[in-house]
Design a protein around this ligand. Structure first.
Ligand SMILES: Cc1cc2nc3c(=O)[nH]c(=O)nc-3n(C[C@H](O)[C@H](O)[C@H](O)COP(=O)(O)OP(=O)(O)OC[C@H]3O[C@@H](n4cnc5c(N)ncnc54)[C@H](O)[C@@H]3O)c2cc1C
Length: 346
């Protein structure tokens, strides 16, 4: 795909990520997908190259780059046909600890997260409260952030039940039953946790939006190449406007979404709230990548369904992003009530 003005940011990071991903071709991901296995070698390579610690400040052994750089990393991973879902949370979950943890907590955990010795890539948001809602001044009060060492918690009040899903993403249900954690597990102040994780959620939405942009570019690259090379009745199928136009439409939609993702990332890096932009970028990017995925299957005809092309795998993977980490309806609800001042429905 001729990018024009797109993908110009962080060219060196992008090139390095592309080179790394080239070591993990379609066969690697197909095999994992079949087995529902974790991409350990891929995650180890990303960790070793320092790509998962770009958001950790240098004083804690990260590279101290901003969210826009992290977006470039994830976009390129996804554009290459790889998937960052297994480890992207290692990049941003530590944001809550970085912003609200004590000095001691930061010194203890952040360097280990940067080196990969410690994985901080699972987080569970539940409705469990540490203070009953009726005793709170605001509905968002009364929830706390706790850092739980799962190696100790499993079997001692935490049960993890894997959920097999339509894509290879280690998804689980967590059951908490009288799990005891030390007071030192509390991040920041008790009862203020919801506020703490909101900023982390904005980072997550923007980063996942860039994964969608990467997916969309993958689909458009593949579709344009296939349409140019596949001959039916003596000419390339891409000569037909019925084939060309959906590819061009996908490109237009993705380009607009990418602009919004860049805007949201820059706002985040500038310390601006940007919750609405984070939400809008995630919605636009997830819809653009889904349109591109559907277009790409159609362009490939029957081969779109064949595992060896990797299109059907990416198609399943990119569908997730209209549901998780936040569903499209809840983004629309945010825009309706917070931006347009429409009445709240819940
Ligand atoms: C692969 C995968 C990985 C995940 N990883 C994590 C994780 O790491 N951590 C974590 O905490 N969670 C995780 N999740 C959970 C994910 O964030 C939720 O599934 C998602 O936010 C949707 O919530 P829900 O499943 O409870 O759907 P529901 O809230 O039950 O919603 C179901 C449908 O109803 C719609 N809906 C609900 N309420 C309203 C309303 N008021 N108005 C209009 N429409 C509404 C929704 O848009 C949705 O389409 C993961 C999910 C998946 C599938």
């Amino acid at each position: 795909m001729g990018d024009g003005h797109l993908s110009e940011t962080f060219p060196e990071i992008r090139e390095a990520v592309r080179r790394l991903c080239a070591r993990f071709p379609g066969e690697y991901w197909r095999e994992l997908d079949r087995e529902r296995a974790y991409p350990s070698e891929f995650v180890a390579a990303l960790t070793e190259a320092g790509f998962l610690s770009v958001l950790i400040p240098e004083e804690y052994d990260g590279s101290g780059l901003g969210l826009e750089a992290a977006c470039a990393v994830l976009e390129e991973i996804h554009r290459s046909g790889s998937n960052g879902g297994a480890c992207h949370a290692q990049m941003y979950t530590m944001g809550t600890l970085l912003k609200h943890g004590s000095d001691q907590q930061k010194r203890e955990y952040l360097p280990k997260i940067a080196s990969g010795e410690l994985r901080l890539q699972a987080f569970g948001v539940t409705e469990c409260r540490t203070t009953p809602r009726e005793e709170c001044a605001k509905p968002s009060d009364g929830m706390s952030v706790l850092l739980v060492d799962m190696r100790e918690a499993v079997g001692n009040g935490l049960t993890i039940r894997p959920v097999r899903t339509m894509l290879n993403h280690a998804t689980t249900e967590l059951f908490f039953d009288d799990l005891r954690v030390p007071a030192s597990a509390l991040i920041g102040e008790e009862g203020k946790g919801f506020r703490y994780i909101l900023s982390g959620m904005n980072a997550e939405r923007i980063l996942i939006a860039s994964e969608c942009i990467g997916d969309g570019r993958f689909f458009i690259d593949r579709a344009a190449a296939y349409a140019a090379e596949r001959n039916v009745f003596g000419r390339a199928i891409g000569e037909n406007q019925g084939v060309q136009f959906p590819i061009a439409r996908a490109y237009v939609q993705l380009s607009a979404a990418a602009e919004m993702v860049t805007k949201a990332a820059r706002m985040f890096d500038a310390g601006e709230t940007g919750g609405t932009e984070a939400n809008m970028s995630k919605m636009l990017a997830s819809e653009a990548s889904w349109f591109a995925a559907d277009m790409c299957i159609q362009t490939h005809g029957g081969f779109g369904f064949a595992e060896e092309y990797d299109i059907e795998r990416k198609f399943r993977e990119t569908r997730l992003y209209q549901v998780a980490p936040i569903s499209t309806n809840l983004i629309l609800s945010h825009v309706a009530t917070h931006v347009l001042d429409l009445p709240k429905s819940f």
